[in-house]
Design a protein around this ligand. Sequence first.
Ligand code: GLP
Length: 252
Amino acid sequence: MTKIYRAKDFKDLSRKAANILSAQVILNGKSVLGLATGSSPIGVYEQLIEWYNKGDVDFSEVTTVNLDEYLGLSPINPQSYHYFMHLHFFGKINIKPENIYLPNGLESDSKRECARYEALIKHLGGIDMQLLGLGRNGHIGFNEPGAAFEADTHIVTLASSTIEANKRFFNSEDDVPKQAYTMGIRTIMQAKRIVVVVTGQEKAEIAEKAFFGPITPEIPASVLQLHNNVTLVGDEAALSFISPALCANYMQ
Ligand code: GLP
């Protein structure tokens, strides 16, 4: 059952989600965190960095595995998710570089890379807490509409709407890679706890469909309704299509 926290705004949402992640790390210093990119989690990372700087949370024994990476981008490419994560989070906390994992966008043998990533997650004992954003078309990671629920880490061709949405980070639409490595739905669903952050009016309709509509591969995030420990943290705009009465039932 999904627990929903309604936040006032982006800052409040970021603080609430960061509270959940920091509690995980405080309770288990050796946690394996599944991390996400996109603009939605940036505030969560900023808040965690602030608490790290105050000495309230320690990442020295934490391990992270990221959801996805563009195919063909090297870690030093400013548009790569490696770069994003170092810029917004890893470079500002005391995580050990050897405890940071993302799919290798430069590995052209996709079978090998996907098998490596899945084996890695298993070797780590699975993901204790997975942070997720929500794509405008309902994707999670890069699992686009139609993705098989039973898929493990795999290579995907991005939906044109995703390329359109993500072109804001690139010089032009042509520069957006057309393919990416992503954890599959099954990989994500095996995480012990999942925290989804959703912000802004443009996500309101898809957030309602994902959490209260039919469970269908056409809306990949709808599968989260089947997970037994999901927390949705949204701001008022993002939750505006979800009736307050329904929310109240889940609020704490
Ligand atoms: C990308 C990422 C997703 C993310 C999505 C939404 O496609 N692969 O993990 O959830 O963007 O991004 P934003 O939070 O910027 O809307």
